[in-house]
Design a protein around this ligand. Structure first.
Ligand code: C5P
Length: 234
């Protein structure tokens, strides 16, 4: 792991003024920012434009899951905003995924297209309730293989899935991992968690961290602490 890999993505699940204050206290050379449903629903495309203008790469985490035509057009809109990474639910199916890949490949500013396998807040009893009968490992692997076959760049997966996905999917497949918690912090609604170091040394390319940073009194100090841990990996 080298500092050039810049693996830290901070989830800005915050109100806009707090998100902006946090962004201004950070260095875009050492981390990237994730805009999810909360911020995008309240602030809209302006949130992407503003944070881009501060020099940050933006992961637009809207987890598109709709009919192919709608997803394709949503992706076109996201690309026009100049996002660095975006994602779709792999369970949207082959046609939807192909439409997403086609739209990204058309673009000169091609973003990384990432598939969501299974939310890191889900465990087996809740999977059964929504009709998923395979175990977590088999289900996630099946979706990862489908997304790789159809041309997506990688997947979002929990810390528990990194090792076997890295082994099965090879080095070029991008693994983005939320559900990061230090051992002393509460898991909140996340179920399948690990520390930042464990996730990176298991083979994740990017780690997504939200509340572990944003709930702290001094979030930028927390970011520096995590960066130090990451760079000590070298
Ligand atoms: O606060 P916390 O570190 O749990 O935030 C994790 C972030 O990663 C949230 O913004 C959540 O939406 C996102 N995420 C996730 N699981 C996925 C995909 C994204 O937790 N499968």
């Amino acid at each position: 792991m080298s500092s050039k890999d810049n693996p830290l993505i901070i989830a800005l699940d915050l109100k806009w003024s707090d998100a902006l204050d946090l962004a201004k206290s950070l260095d875009p050379n050492t981390c990237r920012l994730k805009i999810g449903s909360q911020l995008f629903t309240s602030v809209g495309p302006e949130s992407v434009r503003k944070l881009n203008s501060l020099g940050f790469d933006i992961f637009l985490d809207l987890k598109f899951h709709d009919i192919p035509n709608t997803v394709q057009k949503a992706i076109r809109s996201a690309i026009n905003l100049d996002v660095w990474m975006l994602n779709v639910h792999i369970s949207g199916g082959r046609e939807m995924l192909l439409a997403a890949v086609e739209e990204c490949n058309k673009s000169k500013r091609k973003p990384l297209l990432i598939g969501v396998t299974l939310l890191t807040s889900l465990e087996e009893p809740s999977m059964e309730e929504v009709g998923i009968s395979l175990g977590i490992k088999d289900h996630v692997l099946k979706l990862a293989k489908l997304s790789s076959h159809l041309g997506l760049d990688g997947v979002v997966c929990s810390p528990n899935e990194i090792k076997y996905l890295r082994k099965e999917m090879g080095d070029k497949f991008v693994l983005v991992t939320p559900g990061i918690r230090s051992n002393s912090n509460p898991k909140d609604d996340q179920k399948r968690t690990s520390t930042a170091l464990e996730a990176l040394s298991s083979g994740a390319n990017y780690i997504v961290i939200g509340r572990e940073i944003t709930s702290k009194e001094n979030p930028s100090q927390e970011v520096n602490k995590i960066l130090k841990e990451i760079y000590d990996l070298d």
